[in-house]
Design a protein around this ligand. Structure first.
Ligand code: SAH
Ligand code: SF4
Length: 362
């Protein structure tokens, strides 16, 4: 059966019109889904029983079943493993930031996945090493956020403020699913999040960046660079192929022009591979003059034995070198490391979870 969120809002309005229902029915239905956390049409008490029955015959709004949930950082990081059926599962992580005196977080970020596996094959990425299984549908992407937003509604706290597309998969290789999900997350009848609170991270699908820039959205863009030169970049991202760093920088410039947003370059730091001071200087030279920020991510050693995380001294030295050369740069604060919730290391844990159940907390 079709999931209702696999249709766009406009398609659902049109469906209601063809049923002879007024347009505002769509708004009522999504009020239940997004603001009351409804997971079945029968809960929608302001619809007639006949309409509820008709909806239930045509569509589902069932959530993804929860296989496990784990907490870290005193509950400020929560990772959920959700069942996609057919032996596939997807992980999604909630991270709370900057609690006030009462412990209520100022910012709540959910990290979501767009594919089962990934075809890009980055050498340092647990997801990449697993290969590609399939794209997630819009409903499956939104379901990851709804999982946490329902919990927020129930608890009356942890209202989601930010979404990062930094889980499993390459969002711009599942463009249709990603953009449909973004529409649901940002439109007022959907979750109604600020566009600026959403960030898409891409390995560098140029056509996808161009399309995203044309959508008229103000969402943030992160481009995963990982190297100051094309030879090393192609070594780390075997599928980078014909895409050059120059093209990526050009795409970033265009995105900044169109969307008025600063672009972030992600750089996974790998010991003695891409973390030498001269590589920092080369990187700074290449991105000079654009409104960009470099986000250094010390490697999470999940992918394989041949790569290592640099020690803190080398991370600091790389950061200092970048800053001295005029680049805007920070080191990403890691969350949930002990429950493998850090973005980019999700899939391996999913697979382990399938053979060896992970501990359920709460
Ligand atoms: N496919 C997208 C988004 C998902 S990965 C992309 O590649 O950008 C999110 C971020 O985590 C990317 O910047 C990615 O390079 C980084 N990442 C993946 N595996 C990592 C690892 N083992 N250590 C550190 N960063 C990693
Ligand atoms: Fe895919 Fe991103 Fe992992 Fe590369 S880093 S394999 S693009 S998920």
């Amino acid at each position: 059966m079709r999931h209702l969120l696999d249709l766009s809002y406009e398609e659902i309005e049109a469906e209601f019109a063809s049923w002879g229902e007024p347009r505002y029915r769509a708004k009522q239905v999504f009020d239940w889904v997004f603001r009351h956390g409804a997971t079945e049409f029968d809960a929608m008490t302001n619809l007639t029983p006949a309409l509820r029955a008709r909806l239930a015959e045509a569509f589902t709004i069932a959530p993804l079943p929860v296989l496990a949930e784990r907490r870290a950082d005193d509950g400020a990081t929560v990772k959920a493993l959700l069942d996609l059926g057919g032996g596939d599962a997807v992980e999604t992580v909630r991270m709370d930031y900057d609690p006030d005196e009462d412990g209520a977080p100022d910012r709540v970020t959910v990290c979501i996945s767009t594919q089962v596996g990934c075809a890009m094959g980055c050498r340092f990425c647990a997801t990449g090493l697993q290969g590609f299984t399939r794209n997630l549908s819009p409903a499956e992407i939104v379901a990851q956020v709804l999982h946490f937003s329902r919990a927020s509604l129930a608890a009356g706290t942890h209202r989601i403020t930010n979404i990062v597309f930094m889980g499993m998969g390459e969002p711009l290789a599942n463009y249709a699913g990603t953009i449909a999900a973004i529409r649901w997350l940002t439109r007022p009848e959907g979750l109604g999040l600020r566009q600026r609170g959403i960030t898409v991270s891409t390995v560098g699908v140029i056509r996808g960046i161009e399309r995203l820039a044309e959508e008229g959205l103000q969402i943030g863009l992160t481009i995963s660079l990982h190297a100051p030169d094309d030879e090393l970049r192609r070594n780390l991202i075997p599928t980078a192929g014909g895409t050059t760093i120059d093209q990526l920088i050009e795409a970033a410039r265009m995105y900044i022009d169109r969307c008025g947003r600063r672009v972030t370059f992600a750089y996974a730091l790998l010991d003695r591979v891409n973390d030498e001071p001269e590589q920092a200087r080369a990187l700074a030279r290449r991105i000079r003059g654009i409104q960009a920020h470099v986000n250094l991510i010390p490697y999470n050693p999940t992918a394989g034995p041949d790569l290592r995380r640099p020690n803190i001294g080398r991370v600091r030295a790389f950061l200092r070198e970048l800053q001295a050369a005029g680049a805007n740069a920070t080191v990403r604060i890691e969350r949930g490391v002990e429950i493998a919730a850090a973005c980019g290391q999700l899939r391996t844990d999913v697979q382990r979870a399938q053979t060896r159940p992970i501990a359920l907390v709460e």
